[in-house]
Design a protein around this ligand. Structure first.
Ligand code: 6PG
Length: 466
């Protein structure tokens, strides 16, 4: 029996981990790197798995060793280096071959590259890979975008190396060209919102309710045993349990409060807006990271205005219910962007399957995703998760809790950008009649933009123009 064979170029952290994962799962792997010394180092570090991996001195050697149609993974930055890589490989490949970008790419670049390769009868796959280094090595969640032909070759490899949820591999073809990278981008947007929401609750518990950091760690860990179970909840409980060895201070207190971001959260917000959508919880999380980076300015404002905050005795159960409702709304916003993009780009994304492949291996894996997949299987009204009957109870119970948390936090001076955005989203969406009548009147007043009436068909202007 011949082993499925794949080539991988780029032995950085993720490339190396994916290569080992593939070799471990009976896949014949050929590897190369921009610097040949990295191949040697990688082969030395591969231990017994090195027998199942063929290292090549250069890209040419790697490409000529692969059987056709070739599958070639590029684990290099998805920006300009990917385009230079394509310049190099296109002349060396044969019709039917596939190049796979397994990094976090802007899906517009993926669509452009797909078109470029199609002109040479080649396939380009945008593969969203989630789970960090550990996931890449032992089972990531993967969101594939590309042709059916590429999927038929890749499927047997990716299903072997993916994380599984009750035996179901967490990988699938989401759609053509940029669909996989888009789904991964929205995954990261949800990741940003969930991380920020946990950070807000940590702030309320520790500095509002005056809980010791180890106690907060214990609360997050206990929530992780229940309906809020998720990877991000688990690691948050874990990191808060660490102390700095020499000082015994909570380790979290030694970490600078300035968050980095590589851009995927921002892309989610930009694309949502371009699609005429809202992703206010994700937007709030991106904003919170941006503001976090302005540390000197915040320090100055604190000196000027003071940073006083009142004590806030919040019940742990109340916070848990609030968070669960907010998490439903956070996923609901993410899936709304996916639905809008699916329509815009004719991707035919399957939200149920996306929820399923997020159930293990990825950063946003959460118990809730089982219910989300179930809700999409039932077909929620208007395709909207927040209208799904199975979330009715969680929302009816959780929204009053969320309202109390956000209101009391605001009164006491605590910022809750993501939790507040969740409540606002809910309060806007549950009003059959909103505030836009006045917006329309204003637009008409200053610009003669016209408006629809509630009582007659047509385009109208206000009496201010008569
Ligand atoms: C994942 C992560 C991964 C990475 C992000 C973090 O799904 O495995 O999302 O892709 O950690 O790039 O992004 P920021 O640096 O923007 O936080």
């Amino acid at each position: 029996m011949t082993h499925p064979t794949i080539g991988l170029y780029g032995l950085g952290t993720m490339g190396a981990a994916l290569s080992l994962n593939m070799a471990d799962n009976g896949i014949q792997v050929h590897v190369a790197n921009r610097t040949a010394s990295a191949v040697l180092r990688f082969m030395e570090g591969a231990g017994p798995l090195a027998e199942k991996i063929v290292g090549h001195q250069n890209l040419e050697g790697l490409i000529s060793a692969l059987p056709q149609p070739r599958l070639l993974v590029a684990m290099i930055p998805s920006t300009a280096p990917m385009d230079s890589f394509l310049d190099d490989v296109i002349p060396q490949l044969a019709p039917g071959d596939t190049v796979i970008d397994a990094g976090n790419a802007d899906f517009h670049s993926t669509r452009r590259r797909s078109e470029r390769l199609a002109q040479h009868d080649l396939h380009f796959v945008g593969l969203g890979v989630s789970g960090g280094e550990e996931g890449a090595r032992n089972g990531p969640s993967m969101m594939m975008g590309g042709s059916e032909a590429s999927w038929s070759g890749l499927k047997q490899i990716l299903t072997r190396i993916a994380a599984t949820h009750e035996g179901d591999p967490c990988v699938d073809r989401c759609g053509p060209d940029g669909a996989g990278h888009f789904v991964k981008t929205v995954h990261n947007g949800i990741e940003y919102a969930d991380m920020q929401m946990i950070a807000e609750v940590y702030d309320l518990l520790r500095f509002g309710a005056g809980r010791d950091v180890r106690e907060v760690s214990g609360i997050l860990k206990s929530w992780n045993e229940g309906r809020l179970e998720s990877y991000l909840m688990e690691i948050s409980g874990e990191v808060l349990s660490y102390a700095d060895a020499p000082t015994n201070l909570p380790f979290i207190d030694l970490i600078m409060d300035r968050a980095g971001q590589k851009g995927t959260g921002r892309w989610t917000v930009i694309e949502a807006v371009k699609l005429g959508q809202s992703a206010t919880m994700i937007e709030a999380a991106v904003a919170a990271r941006a503001w976090s980076a302005e540390k000197p300015l915040r320090g100055m404002a604190e000196e000027t205005f003071g940073a006083d905050r009142a004590d806030l005795d919040l019940d742990v159960g109340l916070l848990e219910r609030a968070m669960l409702a907010a998490r439903v709304l956070e996923y609901a916003q993410g899936f709304r962007i996916l639905a809008a993009a699916s329509e815009e780009y004719a991707w035919n994304l399957d939200p149920k399957r996306i929820a399923e492949i997020w159930r293990a291996g990825c950063i946003i894996r959460a118990r809730l995703l089982d219910d989300i997949a179930g809700a999409f299987a039932d077909g929620p009204p208007e395709g909207q998760l927040f209208l799904a009957p199975r979330f009715g109870g969680v929302l009816m119970e959780g929204i009053p809790a969320l309202r109390e948390v956000v209101t009391r936090a605001g009164q006491a001076g605590y910022a809750t950008p993501v939790l507040s955005a969740a409540l606002t989203f809910w309060d806007v969406m549950r009003q059959g009649r909103g505030t836009a009548s006045l917006i329309q009147a204003q637009r008409d007043f200053f610009g003669r933009h016209g408006f629809e009436r509630t009582d007659q068909e047509g385009d109208f202007h206000g009496p201010w123009w008569t």
